[in-house]
Design a protein. Structure first.
Length: 168
């Protein structure tokens, strides 16, 4: 293992354990529901998103302005403690074809469907069997507790809402 730039021995051990856990990765059990279904896969070594493919049994469908469910032919058992998010592909988004952000809960076992639509002004988009339609991104969840308080601490931003930190 490369030398870790951490002075504290306990911090070095935590960082080393985190690197080891990351290298082992998460195992997601996937069931292929139909012929032609493809496992999610990264297109490059350092890609954070795994491509999801349309599974249309050799056919195609048209995505327009109304939300359209595009089947992937996959059912997954996402491990508890893992957040599996369906996200749009930037190449499609740049053409006005969007996949809606979605979450696959750990207890869901149905087919992964990607909701897609075209932005107003974009031409309808033809999705073909096997096309890359969205990405799947996996992250670890942190347990959270919420407690009610009467007052929150002050910050420079305070209760400033959308756009309160200045122009783009």
């Amino acid at each position: 293992m490369p030398e870790l730039p951490v002075e504290d021995g306990a911090a070095r051990a935590r960082l080393s354990a985190a690197i080891d856990a990351h290298a082992q990765g998460v195992v997601v059990r996937v069931r292929l529901l139909r012929a032609g279904a493809q496992l999610p896969r990264a297109q490059t070594e350092h890609a954070s998103g795994l491509d999801l493919h349309a599974c249309l049994e050799g056919g195609s469908l048209t995505v327009g302005a109304e939300p359209t469910l595009v089947p992937t032919g996959l059912a997954m058992a996402v491990p508890p403690g893992i957040d599996a998010q369906v996200r749009p592909r930037s190449g499609l988004s740049s053409r006005g074809v969007l996949a809606v952000l979605g979450t696959l809960d750990a207890d869901y076992r149905g087919e992964v469907l990607v909701t897609m639509y075209c932005l107003p002004g974009a031409a309808p988009y033809e999705v073909h069997d096997g096309d890359r339609i969205a990405q799947l991104v996996l992250t670890r969840l942190e347990p959270a507790s919420f407690i009610e308080v009467d007052v929150l601490d002050d910050t420079a931003r305070g209760d400033g809402g959308h756009g309160s930190t200045g122009p783009r």
